[in-house]
Design a protein around this ligand. Structure first.
Ligand SMILES: Nc1ncnc2c1ncn2[C@@H]1O[C@H](COP(=O)(O)OP(=O)(O)OP(=O)(O)O)[C@@H](O)[C@H]1O
Length: 417
């Protein structure tokens, strides 16, 4: 099949200067003294993409994904190597970068068309689809400098996907807008895929990568570690991340005072102040973790300062998904564990231990709370919204899981012919 993108021996070297002023000094010394170190953001990368193919690119922060996409999109020059493109590219990399803030939304739609080499007549036939998708109402006739950032990206996104490209470049752009816009965007991208367009898709969301892509490239420190079947590559990548986590965490345990674990994040907080949660961490095998494999035994470790006498303390957590749906909530009373009364001016540690459920691989937040009373009638002493984020992963085949939870079902079928 015809190659629509061919990347050959691509390398991008950046010069790294210890201080910004060293760059000028080097020029003034006619480059006779080298004050920089070289850093290869991409190192001899080769692959190709055919029409109809959706290629996913995964890798840790700094692995070279954006550099690669920018070179393919033509906004960055490689140090060596070659990229051959056979078709028109539309990129969601720098959304709205070509918009003129003084012009109206409508004028910018046509400006975008002319930059992409599309006549005004052809743009007129696409115009209604573009404004319907962007959904910015009468603002379309206002200068884009008056737009909210959400309206701005929605219009830019809509322009980029409606110009009938042969190649679409997408870099985490699906995280723009609200959930409805994200779903609408994903649907549109699937339509482009079904229409046979080549798509390059960079995302940290492995689930989206696996459901959308036919092939995945795993980049690490500018080189291709693996390329091929999305599930195979994504799974190998995920397991590597998991192993890395274990080695990183080891040193934390050794150096950290258990009473000084702190609260990583506080989105909001309320309570009567009779107790204060001062630390939270998730432990697997007594080591703090931010990633948990479904089925693993986890301890949520809380450190709480008791300020006033509590006759019936109860402690619990609420776990939510990224759309803020409650996935599950547990507390000591609900489990028939009744804590003894607590005197003021004391410190307690609580360990809530349970098997991490089989969940959709994504991020989940944990909100801890301490209250005084019973399940039906209590006063909240301290509630912290989204204190830590846990990334849930699975060692199982993670493609195709629908909904929030994997029920770990086993099938048994008897009879039939
Ligand atoms: N303008 C620059 N000057 C120097 N180094 C740079 C420059 N741009 C990128 N780099 C370096 O090149 C490497 C690759 O960066 P790149 O942004 O492509 O990574 P990435 O995989 O897209 O990361 P992320 O997932 O965080 O977006 C990194 O080490 C980065 O620090």
């Amino acid at each position: 099949m015809k190659e629509i993108i061919k990347v050959s021996n691509l390398t991008k070297i950046y010069k790294m200067y210890p201080k910004p002023s060293n760059r000028l000094q080097e020029i003034m010394l006619f480059n006779k003294v080298k004050l920089h170190k070289v850093h290869a953001a991409l190192n001899n990368i080769s692959f190709s993409v055919t029409k109809n193919q959706t290629l996913g690119i995964i890798g840790e922060n700094g692995s070279g994904k954006s550099t690669l996409l920018k070179i393919i999109a033509g906004t960055l020059k490689p140090s060596s190597g070659e990229v051959v493109i056979n078709g028109r590219i539309s990129s969601l990399l720098e959304l709205g970068a070509g918009f003129n803030p003084e012009l109206t939304g409508k004028e910018n739609v046509f400006l975008h068309g002319s930059v992409m080499g599309i006549s005004n007549k052809d743009m007129e036939s696409k115009y209604n689809d573009i404004i319907d998708f962007a959904d910015i109402g009468d603002f379309i006739d206002q200068p884009v400098k008056t737009y909210s950032s959400g309206m701005f990206v929605r219009l830019a996104f809509s322009c980029a996907i409606h110009v009938d490209p042969d190649i679409m470049i997408i870099d985490e752009a699906l995280s723009v807008g609200d959930i409805y816009f994200q779903q609408k965007s994903m649907k549109k991208i699937r339509e482009l895929k079904e229409a046979g367009k080549a798509i390059l898709f960079v995302s940290h969301d492995l689930q989206s990568v696996m459901t959308l892509c036919d092939t995945v490239v795993w980049l690490e420190r500018g080189i291709i570690v693996d390329i091929g079947n999305p599930m195979k590559v994504a799974k190998a990548y995920q397991m590597r991340q998991h192993k890395k986590r274990d080695t990183q965490i080891e040193s934390v345990v050794k150096s950290e005072n258990v009473y000084q674990i702190g609260i990583p994040n506080i989105d909001s907080r309320f309570g009567n102040g009779m107790a204060e949660i001062i630390g939270i961490e998730a432990l697997v095998d007594d080591k703090p973790v931010s990633t948990i494999v479904s089925g693993e035994r986890v301890d949520i470790h809380l450190v709480v300062k008791i300020k006033d006498y509590l006759h019936s303390p109860m402690v619990g957590i609420t776990v939510r998904d990224r759309l803020s749906n409650i996935v599950f909530a547990i507390n000591t009373n609900q489990e028939d564990v009744f804590l003894q009364e607590l005197e003021g001016d004391s410190l307690i540690r609580v360990f809530l231990s349970f098997n991490w459920p089989f969940l959709q691989p994504e991020n989940y937040s944990i909100s801890p709370a301490i209250a005084n009373g019973t399940q039906d009638s209590h006063e909240m002493c301290d509630w912290i919204e989204n204190a830590i984020i846990i990334k849930s992963i699975s060692e199982k085949n993670i493609i195709g899981l629908m909904g929030i939870s994997d029920l770990n079902i086993q099938y048994k079928i008897e009879g039939g012919n």
